[in-house]
Design a protein. Structure first.
Length: 417
């Protein structure tokens, strides 16, 4: 039996002035933060320069690079939208957004048209290689994976389709506390009513207490609450409509509550061993313990609101993610949009997709185009696998330690100095 704490009491704050808010935050910390504190300058050492000889495995294995070139061009578009003089940091090494735009556009052309030896020579001449220190200061990172799930739904609520995907509520506020806490750069998500600023509704309030019902926020209705829960974790997906056609949805906003892993809860309570923990294992446990479903899901108070998408799915730099090439990392310490390389292992499944035959080494060029609430620190990477059965099966079991993450940074131009 799971021993979970039920609904937490909420502290309600009355705003009398900015100074009063500051006092309340300092005194009780009642308002949940949307993100941990931003790393300090000491984290310049998170990316360490290494020789290009470390890239030999990637250059040898990854020779079909049209999709990487596609992802590079997408990131070049992201940098082109930034102020040209904006600084992009690879640890202590910085270049301008303009230089990134030009470098990635040219790199995409070279990657698509060159043989491995020519690409290697081009990279060594024009780029620097950095390796993440990982979770142990020795370069080891944990790689998980995510995908675009498919749910069944309808535009009309019914007995079958009764679980709503909500759009962003109008009363959800993202409040910057920088004017009162300039050194902290804190942000909170809250709601304001009756002259009170309160934490936004958590999962229990939304799903069980129906706090957002009858507000015309429903984008679509789906038939399975567990599928909806995991869609929120993935961040984007597709809904096959009962009326015909497919609706694509993606992340719009979160409710500001911290993300709590239900997998860790199941491990802690001895329900699933750490070695056996996976998405299929969690789903199996939920099927076998339906009376515990709501209490387990509500142990994660974080809640995601969606929007309808044309194309996508989109990452945190507002470009369409490229399957097998886009990754999610901690945006606070790694350069958004930057190219890199990833070495890890991936499963090879049996013909009936019922078991893993072996884990194979995999080395590839990637681009850092997304982030995630559980992807924190220099030792975490989430690889986007796209849509389909293989992507779902792989993402469900990926937790590969001992992997390596590298970033590729343009050498400075005269304009960067």
């Amino acid at each position: 039996m799971i021993d979970l704490i039920s609904k937490k009491q909420k502290t309600r704050l009355t705003i009398l002035s900015g100074f009063f808010v500051l006092l309340l935050l300092a005194g009780c910390g009642a308002i949940p933060k949307t993100e941990p504190a931003k790393p300090t300058k000491a984290d310049d050492n998170i990316l360490q320069p290494v020789l290009w000889s470390e890239a030999a495995q990637v250059l040898a294995q990854d020779t079909t690079l049209s999709k990487w070139a596609e992802a590079l061009n997408a990131s070049a578009g992201y940098y082109a939208r930034k102020k040209p003089t904006a600084k992009i940091s690879f640890g202590s090494h910085t270049v301008t957004a303009l230089h990134m735009t030009r470098s990635l556009t040219e790199l995409a052309e070279v990657a698509q048209s060159s043989d491995p030896l020519s690409l290697k020579a081009y990279l060594e001449k024009n780029f620097l290689l950095f390796r993440s220190v990982g979770n142990d200061q020795k370069g080891n990172v944990l790689v998980t994976a995510y995908y675009e799930p498919l749910l069944k739904g309808s535009l009309t609520k019914s007995e079958r389709y009764k679980y709503p995907l909500y759009g962003k509520p109008k009363d959800l506020l993202k409040v910057s506390l920088t004017p009162w806490l300039p050194k902290k750069k804190k942000k909170i998500i809250a709601r304001f009513s009756d002259n009170k600023l309160s934490p936004y509704y958590d999962r229990e309030e939304i799903d069980l207490e129906k706090s957002l019902a009858n507000r015309n926020l429903e984008l679509v209705w789906v038939d399975n609450l567990v599928d909806l829960f995991f869609l929120q974790i993935q961040g984007s997906g597709r809904v096959a409509l009962d009326e015909g056609g497919v609706l694509r949805v993606g992340y719009h906003e979160a409710n500001g509550h911290p993300y709590h892993s239900i997998g860790r809860i199941l491990i802690k309570d001895g329900e699933i061993s750490r070695e056996d923990m996976s998405l299929p294992a969690i789903r199996k446990w939920l099927r076998e313990n339906p009376s515990q479903r709501d209490r387990l899901l509500n142990a994660n108070p974080s809640y995601i609101f969606f929007r309808k998408l044309k194309g996508g799915p989109y990452g945190n730099i507002s470009v369409s993610l490229t399957p097998d090439r886009s990754i999610a990392t901690d945006y606070r310490i790694f350069p958004k949009g930057a190219p890199g390389m990833l070495t890890t292992t991936l499963p090879r499944f049996s013909e009936d997709n019922q078991s893993v035959v072996e884990w194979q080494e995999s080395s590839r060029f990637i681009v850092n185009q997304d982030t995630g609430g559980a992807i924190r620190g220099p030792g975490r990477v989430d690889l986007f696998l796209g849509f389909g059965q293989k992507a779902e099966l792989t993402a469900g079991i990926m937790k590969q330690g001992g992997s390596r993450l590298y970033f590729i940074a343009p050498k400075k131009s005269n304009k960067d100095n």
